[in-house]
Structures are given as structure tokens and as C-alpha cells.
Design a protein around this ligand. Structure first.
Ligand code: ASP
Ligand code: MG
Length: 445
């Protein structure tokens, strides 16, 4: 079986839903399970309704609901007729009616409990999947609509619930028996707790849902359908020549995501990673076009992508006591931990340690504590430019090439990742874009 996950922009209107279902229909022999996000911007609108309700603007909240309803009904009228139109219309009305009553309650009390909040924001996925289901039926596909709230079982941390994999696996296996010619449609992002109250998995959680379904059902592949041709060698807004990466490992994708690239984050597809299920990232508007495959191993080693991270601060501690001192680094890092700040790059010498951090709200406290260990200096307005690719540094010519490209840029620190998957250089913030452009040109032409 395979899982097809469609993001918000891939189901944003009737034309997009038609495209998504045409892609699905072509894969009907692969026993597909379709996981969908809400239509683009709907989750944001639903959040807005809760804000308005809490502010006591019940009327405004219900106006937003009307617009949401209209958008879905418009879609229904555009691609459904007869009994499928009736079915979608009545399901949409049911969901909207419930949404209205929750929001009226919130507006009346001027509060929205975490439970109510999740019940409200889950409506986007319920609505989009009803339309997809009705349209699939209209197209003659043997399609079943499933309620993910009965399948994805979670704890009660509303808004950011954790999945109970045992209960979820049992429920999913019980509800779905993948078979060629049959389509199952379920919502991303939503689940329910032990009291059967609706929960959500965190913003953007549909990828995670897709990975959960895929791992439980032993998918051959999880296809994430978006509006770009996969993961790019760098940000195409900065470098128009950026190309799609054909293959990238989970580990490389993780490095890339960490350093700011907007890619499918391996943390969100962890259930697929642990079962070594390949995840592909494809473009709904270019289904036959190039795409990226994220997998355990890639066919080739070498540089895959270049990425950058802004707002980096360098903290350096100089201390003669560091020499031969057992536990010095442990004490030093404990200070960052105490202030809930994670350290990204580290470089040490006999008498000094330099570290970069991204979050600076606790910088003053960190500095005060570090001063007990040595003299501390802070350098702001830095950026990290990061080259990602397994094994690239086995070939020293790559290092030469990288430094040649960065000639003229003041490099404050470098870090060759211990896993041999990244080389990071700390550069002045205002030089970051220039550095990325130069490196991309040097390595990808
Ligand atoms: N609709 C949810 C969101 O916008 C989940 C998702 O799209 O993945 O965050
Ligand atoms: Mg999304």
C-alpha cells in the first residue's frame, strides 16, 4: 500500500482537489490511503474565529464561519451533483452547525478552552476530506471516508497531543485493509484522547499523520504532495538556478531542516524513518515532473544542499582554568540547559570554548552564570551557512572549493559535523545570502 498526503495548497479549491484525485486515481492499484490537510488558510481562519469569540465578537466569528462554509459549498457545487452533492452538502452543514455552537458558547463565556479550540480547528480537515470523498465517489472511485478522531488516539495535551501508538495501531488496522482498487480517505492533523475529545497534533501535523498511517500499515512509500518539485539545493527565491535534490537521506534532511530549510522535517515523519519507509515529496501541479526521495540511504554521496540560518549569536568563554579541568564543559553546557537554550555549533581550544545560540531571551542570565567560569564575550548579528551532504568531506577538494567560494567573507568559526554530514561556517549576517549564492555557484554551477 501507499500513503498519499495532500497539503493545504494541493486541496485549496475544486481544481486542486480534482488534480489531487486524478493523481490518486492513477495509483489506485497501489492500495492508496489518502491523508489530507484542510484547504489552504482554513486552519488560520478557524483560529481567528476562536480569537474573535474570546474577544466577545461572536458575530464576527460566525461571519468567518459563513465564509468558510461558502468556500466549501462553492467547491461542492463546482464538482458534484445529485446524491453526491446532497451528501457533501449535508455533511458540510453538520460540521458547520457544530462549529457554530462551539463558537457561540466560547463567545458567550468569552473563553475558549483547549478542548474547544481543538474541536474548532479540527473542522478544516473534516470539511476538506468530505469534499474529497464526495468527489472521489462522483468519479466512480470505490472510496471510504474515515474519521481520524476514531483512529489516531492521543493523550490530552490539546493543540500538541502525543500519539498512543499501540491504541492507534489497533484502531487503524481494524478500520483499514488496504487493497488495490479501493481508496481510504482520512484527515491529517486530528485525533482524539481517551475521553473521545478531539485533539490536534500541532500545526503542520498532517505530514506526521501520514507517517503514522504509513508506518502502521507498512506502506511501501509515503508520498507528500505539495506545490513544489520536492526539496531544492537551496532557497530558489535566493538562487533561481536551485535544482531539485533527487535523493536525500533522513539524516541529511534533518540537518537541512535544522539549518532553516523549509523541508519535510524528519522529526515529523519519524514513524516512517524508524520503519525505513521512503518518503517522496512531489508537486501536484507537475505530477510527472522531478521530485525528491527521502530514504535511509541514498545512491550517491556528496553535497546535497546549502542552507542558512540567521539570528545567530556567538558566545565565547575564555578560561585558563579550563586546561585539564575535569567536568568543565559539562558545567558550561549545564548553564545553557538551565536557561532552556540550545547550543548549535561548538568549537573548543585549550583555553576557550565558542558556542552559537539562536534563542537569546535568556542571554543576560546565561552570561552572568558563565562569568563564574571565565571571561565571556558575545558577538551578535551572525549567521550560519551550512553545506549538507554525507561524506563530502572525504574529498578535500570540496573543502578547498568551499573556502575559495567564501573568499572575502570573514569566517568567524567553522564546524565540520561529527557525522560527516555538514560543514558549517559562521559568517556576518549581512554576508549570508552572498555566501549561499557563491557556494551554490561553486558546487552546482
Ligand atoms: N491544517 C493544519 C495546519 O494548517 C495541519 C496541516 O496542514 O498539516 O497546521
Ligand atoms: Mg500545511
Amino acid at each position: 500500500m501507499i500513503v498519499l498526503k495532500f497539503g493545504g495548497t494541493s486541496v485549496q479549491d475544486s481544481a486542486s482537489m480534482n488534480r489531487a484525485l486524478a493523481i490518486t486515481a492513477e495509483r489506485i492499484d497501489k492500495a492508496p490511503v489518502l491523508i489530507s490537510s484542510a484547504m489552504a488558510k482554513i486552519t488560520d481562519s478557524l483560529i481567528e474565529t476562536t480569537v474573535e469569540a474570546v474577544a466577545g465578537n461572536g458575530t464576527r466569528a460566525l461571519e468567518i464561519v459563513d465564509a468558510i462554509k461558502e468556500r466549501h459549498l462553492k467547491c461542492a457545487y463546482e464538482f458534484l451533483k445529485g446524491k453526491n452533492l446532497d451528501y457533501a452538502g449535508s455533511r458540510i452543514n453538520e460540521i458547520i452547525t457544530e462549529l457554530r455552537s462551539i463558537l457561540r458558547g466560547c463567545a458567550y463565556l468569552k473563553e475558549c478552552s483547549p478542548q474547544s479550540y481543538d474541536a474548532v480547528i479540527s473542522c478544516g480537515e473534516l470539511l476538506s476530506t468530505v469534499l474529497l470523498h464526495a468527489r472521489a465517489l462522483e468519479m466512480g472511485i470505490d472510496a471510504v471516508w474515515l474519521d481520524s478522531r476514531q483512529l489516531i488516539k492521543t493523550d490530552s495535551v490539546y493543540g500538541e497531543a502525543s500519539v498512543d501508538f499501540e491504541l492507534t495501531a489497533a484502531a487503524v488496522r481494524n478500520a483499514i485493509s488496504p487493497q488495490p482498487g479501493k481508496l481510504y480517505i482520512a484527515q491529517g492533523f486530528i485525533g482524539s484522547d481517551s475521553n473521545s475529545l478531539t485533539t490536534t497534533l500541532g500545526r503542520g501535523g498532517s505530514d506526521y499523520s501520514a507517517a503514522i498511517f504509513g508506518s502502521i500499515l507498512d506502506a511501501r512509500e509515503i508520498q507528500i504532495w505539495t506545490d513544489v518539485n520536492g526539496i531544492m539545493t537551496t532557497d530558489p527565491r535566493l538562487v533561481p538556478e536551485a535544482k531539485t535534490i533527487n535523493e536525500i537521506s533522513y539524516e541529511e534532511a534533518a540537518e537541512l531542516a535544522f539549518f532553516g530549510a523549509k523541508v519535510v522535517h524528519p522529526a515529523t515523519i519519524q514513524p516512517a524513518v524508524s520503519k525505513k519507509i521512503p518518503v517522496t515529496v512531489l508537486n501536484t501541479r507537475d505530477p510527472e515532473g522531478i521530485f525528491t526521495r527521502i530514504a535511509e540511504k541514498t545512491a550517491y554521496e556528496g553535497l546535497k544542499a546549502i542552507s542558512g540560518k540567521k539570528n545567530v549569536t556567538l558566545v565565547t568563554v575564555v578560561s585558563s582554568r579550563m586546561m585539564n579541568a575535569v567536568g568543565f564543559l559539562a558545567r558550561l553546557f549545564a548553564i545553557f540547559q538551565d536557561h532552556n537554550t540550545s547550543v548549535d555549533l561548538v568549537s573548543t581550544s585549550e583555553v576557550s570554548v565558542s558556542m552559537t545560540i539562536n534563542k537569546t531571551d535568556k542571554l543576560a542570565e546565561i552570561k552572568a552564570d558563565l562569568e563564574k567560569l571565565g571571561s565571556v564575550s558575545i558577538e551578535e548579528d551572525k549567521a550560519i551557512v551550512c553545506l549538507v551532504g554525507k561524506g563530502i568531506w572525504k574529498d578535500s577538494r570540496n573543502i578547498t572549493k568551499a573556502f575559495a567560494a567564501l573568499e572575502g567573507t570573514k569566517i568567524r568559526m567553522i564546524s565540520l559535523g561529527a557525522s560527516d554530514t555538514n560543514l558549517s561556517a559562521l559568517v556576518p549576517s549581512h554576508k549570508l545570502n552572498e555566501a549561499i549564492v557563491a557556494l551554490h555557484k561553486a558546487f552546482f554551477g
